[in-house]
Design a protein around this ligand. Sequence first.
Ligand code: ATR
Length: 292
Amino acid sequence: MTDSRASDASTSSTDARPLLAGVMGWPVAHSKSPLIFAHWFAETGIAGSYTRLPARPEDFAEALRALPEAGFRGVNVTIPHKLAALERADEASDAARAIGAANTLRFDADGRILADNTDGYGFIENLREGAPNWTPAAGPALVLGAGGAARAVIHALLEAGAPTIRLANRTRARAEALAAHFGSRIEPVDWAARAAAIGGAATSFNTTSLGMTGNPVLELPLDDAPATALVTDIVYAPLETPLLAAARARGLATVDGLGMLLHQARPGFRAWFGVDPTVTPALRRAVLAVQP
Ligand code: ATR
């Protein structure tokens, strides 16, 4: 695997392949990506097709290999294939390699697989849209959670200039592993000390699944949060999580997690179909309309 700026190359207008892409996962029935792409096809007038591609883990490599030959321009990859997607790629972007996983694959005309990870991009674009005055460099960030989503968020925050990232995870060893991977700007924090760690934190992000409908609530007292703090949540069902509701009640700036999902899809659309699509209130409504 060699270095490449996999997401930068846009589709050539002379590309004769069908306007075909999809999402690989297992299961993949609940993926929102087909809805997002259908909305953008209708909005841009591009007569593309974006399909769900269920693939068991043991079938992933073979299924992936078949897609360029079947005329696909690329695919999104979701759980549980994000690590395997990076391993199977011929080239990978800096983001995919730093995060250690891929969610967006582009196939070139020779069938080579170019991997990118757009989760961190989606995360930052969501905050720039939802909190235009937000400056990542303004102070330390607090990140809760140390799973795959946290890796993308941490990478994006470091790139965006966050001076330090306090990383609180229930299992401290996972936070320490990420500190070893991402370097000395990551400061592992005990899960029990998370409320104190919000003191002086310019930005606080939940990347755990706590607060999602059906899951326990994230307990995070906000008493020590600076009045200028921005609070955001990767969870978007419900759209206003208990964490965001508590932050809003204290007068803190908040951004919900739906935009991250929507913005992370843009680079794939651009790479495969040659147009940078927009995230609009109508797209948000279309996606929310089918939420469980
Ligand atoms: P993802 O790749 O989507 O981030 P993950 O790798 O399963 O998913 O990570 C889920 C995160 O939520 C982890 O940080 C997890 O903490 P652990 O590393 O200790 O497992 C966190 N999480 C899940 N349930 C939790 C709970 N009840 N209390 C605290 N943290 C929890």
